[in-house]
Design a protein around this ligand. Structure first.
Ligand SMILES: *Cc1c(COP(=O)(O)O)cnc(C)c1O
Length: 392
């Protein structure tokens, strides 16, 4: 089925009243996601939360199948967790680190992940090492390979950083990790839903993602993938009666599947919405939408660059839908505020959310305009002419 921009815009109630270039923050939900989520909540109110969960069991279970299809794994390898950070944490904090162990990461690492590295380093004497970028601003595969030795306990990188167009070469990192037999944790928060993701092709052992960004699911949803062969080696940092079973007075058994990383109470309506959002993404075709996102972002960068004082900051060989720029002598927060007055949504990337990268480039704050497949060339034109009036 060819991509139908009119129909995806008709499905997106938000895009009629707002120009939304904040898809890396939280995208706009399509109508089917909204309907399924609200419909589920209404049923909870009408017949009871436990009762509707029983009645909608298949639909709730379907969310695992949809995610498995999306990233090319089995449903037993999927845990549904309230956000990408907690999903990542559940994997990361399961790994038993010892003094002298090494964690290898990238310059693009997300703040929450890096804070966790620092905490574990302080507690256990593990060493965190940042692999430098290559000339294109991506993690250097050559330097990564050189850094690998038998003390490396984990390779953990961010696929697409929160603050830029970069797409890290995740599959090449996977190849290096596999060859050395080192567990590989990928923060795919900005890439899942934006580009095709196949955990086999990438070669990652653990992957975290969120619902609200490029997947267009409700807020407070996310998931974790853990490879089957690693599952039973990972002892989750928290357990409850969903993750484990209390089988005798002094004994419990942890579930064998990835749901060992879940907990019992959760947002069921959100889980339904997440499944419908994944179905919706699959229906559009990730190859098709990824191509469109890259084209739109390219158009936006090309249109922005010649504007007076504007500097586009994105790096990488492949550049995604996240466009970052600054305007000489102007405060990104003020630009965002003025765009909002024209019903245009962007966000501001602060140094503290991706410190290694922005510090190295001498940047503090940037305007982040992130496009999705439902955006249009006309919106880009309108965005740039509006921006011009603001910055003049
Ligand atoms: C947004 C983001 C996260 C955190 O996702 P949450 O769902 O807010 O926990 C992690 N990594 C990257 C790269 C992000 O952009």
């Amino acid at each position: 089925m060819p991509f139908d921009i009119q129909s995806v815009r008709q499905d997106t109630p938000g895009c009629h009243s707002i120009l939304h270039f904040n898809n890396a923050g939280a995208s706009l939900m399509p109508q089917p996601v909204l309907d399924a989520t609200i419909g589920y909540l209404q049923l909870e109110a009408q017949i009871g939360g436990y009762e509707v969960a029983e009645q909608m069991r298949d639909q709730l279970e379907h969310t695992y199948d949809a995610i498995a299809t999306l990233i090319g794994c089995s449903r037993e390898e999927v845990a549904i967790i309230e956000n990408a950070t907690r999903a990542w944490d559940m994997a990361f904090y399961s790994i038993p680190f010892s003094p002298g162990d090494r964690i290898l990461t990238s310059m693009a690492e997300y703040a929450s992940n890096y804070i966790a590295f620092l905490q574990v380093a302080q507690k256990t004497g593990t060493v965190v090492e940042v692999i430098p970028n290559d000339q294109y601003g991506q993690i250097s595969i050559e330097q990564l390979r050189q850094a690998i030795d038998e003390r490396v306990k984990l390779i953990a990188i961010t696929h697409i950083p929160t603050g830029g167009g970069l797409v890290n070469p995740a599959a090449e990192v996977g190849k290096a990790a596999r060859e050395a037999n080192i567990p590989y944790l990928l923060d795919a928060c900005q890439s899942v839903g934006q580009m095709p993701i196949d955990v086999e092709k990438i070669g990652c052992d653990m992957l975290s993602a969120t619902g609200r960004k490029y997947l267009r699911a409700p807020r407070g949803t996310g998931f974790l993938y853990v490879r089957q062969s690693l599952l039973e080696q990972l002892d989750p940092p928290f357990l409850d009666l969903r993750a484990a079973e209390w089988v005798a007075r002094d004994r419990y058994i942890v579930r064998p599947d990835a749901r060992r990383f879940e907990n019992w109470e959760t947002n069921y309506a959100g889980k339904i919405g997440l499944g419908v959002a994944v179905d919706y993404a699959l229906q559009q075709g990730l190859d098709t939408t990824w191509r469109r996102i890259k084209n739109l972002a390219y158009t936006l960068r090309t249109r922005l660059s010649p504007l007076p004082g504007v500097i586009v900051h994105d790096r990488g060989v492949i550049q995604c839908g996240i466009v970052t720029f600054s305007v000489e002598g102007q405060d990104p927060a003020e630009i965002k505020r003025q765009l909002a007055e024209h019903a245009i949504n962007v966000s501001v990337t602060e140094r503290s959310s991706t410190r290694l990268d922005l510090e190295a480039r001498g940047l503090t704050t940037l305007v982040r305009a992130s496009v999705h497949y439902f955006n249009t060339e006309e919106e880009i034109e309108h965005f740039c002419t509006t921006l011009e009036t603001i910055i003049l």
